[in-house]
Design a protein around this ligand. Sequence first.
Ligand SMILES: [Fe+2]
Ligand SMILES: [Fe+2]
Ligand SMILES: [Fe+2]
Length: 418
Amino acid sequence: MTVEYITSKNLFLLICDALNLMDKSLVKHGTRVSYIMSRMLECKGGYEKFEIADFMLLAVLHDIGAYKTDDVRKPLSYEAKNVLPHSIYGYLFLKYLSPLTEQSKMILYHHVDTSKIQGIDYAYLEETEILKVAEITDIWMRAFGDKFDYHMLEKYKGTKFSEKAIALLYEAVEKYDIFTKLADGTYQQEFEESLEYVLLSDEEKDKYIRMLMYCTGLKDEEMVANTIETICVCRELAAKMRLSEMDKNEIYYGALLHDLGMLTIPTNLLNAPRKLEDSEINLIRTHVNIITQLLQGRVSKNIIDIVEAHHERFDGSGYPKGLKGGSMNEKQAILQIAETVVNMSVDKPYRKAYSKEEIMEELNNGIVDGKFEGIVADTLMKNYDDIMTKAREKADATLVTHQKLKRNSEQVYKNFTK
Ligand SMILES: [Fe+2]
Ligand SMILES: [Fe+2]
Ligand SMILES: [Fe+2]
């Protein structure tokens, strides 16, 4: 499996970096909460280091729903009012799209008073209370600045926060001097050291990488649907061309990761129903270098090469480097052609979807002009119906989970506000 080339720690850091592309302050909040929580769990005892690392990852992701439901800064404000939408979306996002299925309910409850969740049957109730205290500690540190005093929590003992969790915070202050480290930034070093203990199975890594792709849906749902279909077309093409398992895997991860750099592009540009200015086109084009840089030294070079070349064309007319045919391979060509075809086959705000005949014509012209690699484009043209039907079926099946997420978030909201 290609996925074994990415270490657990590097994957954790890649997740942080990818979320950073959307908003830096929310990730900073997440890592600070994660650090405080890790020290509180150390004080509680009874955990293996890798178990603490799992909770740390969950803590980093605790406000992930806010990218979808709110102005991302809202959960950071001390008096944030309606905290339910981001709690619910974050909970379901992790439940369906991450390996943290069991722990995901902690996200649902991360703003709920102790008096309301006391006694419910949930295996991670104590950890939920710890997360809540860690989270409010960071919010208050930010809000009160020099006037912050963690004894402020006393007032809410047993009502908003559990007595036990508050006691663990006191212990963590005593034992690890966490506030000094949070104030001068040295917590970051300890945070990174703890990541040495992240221990993910290949299956978990695969799920986290897929989760990263689903993050693009936090900005633009269409992008998820198109990426999934692109992955499926790549797979069918690679199978028709009888590529090795290793090559197929590299194409799969390349296709999963290729547009993550889009997380940094303003949403209004992604689907602008008009012709874009040159400066806007150049901004969108930066998405390739952004993701390439994040992947550097973390995933195999072959995967990076596939990602980096997804907008290159064999006649040198692509970007970012204007590479030419001789310096590219068929794996890169597969993603280039699959993405182009999927893009042509869907409606865009500024044009209608191409018909099959129009797509065939484009492919044919692409071969004649030398834009597309001949063998890959020819394979797609010869097997067009077969490849596209299979790819669409598989893409639809994958998207079911994603749709469940949307449907359930309305249901959970209704149940919660009853
Ligand atoms: Fe938060
Ligand atoms: Fe929150
Ligand atoms: Fe792209």
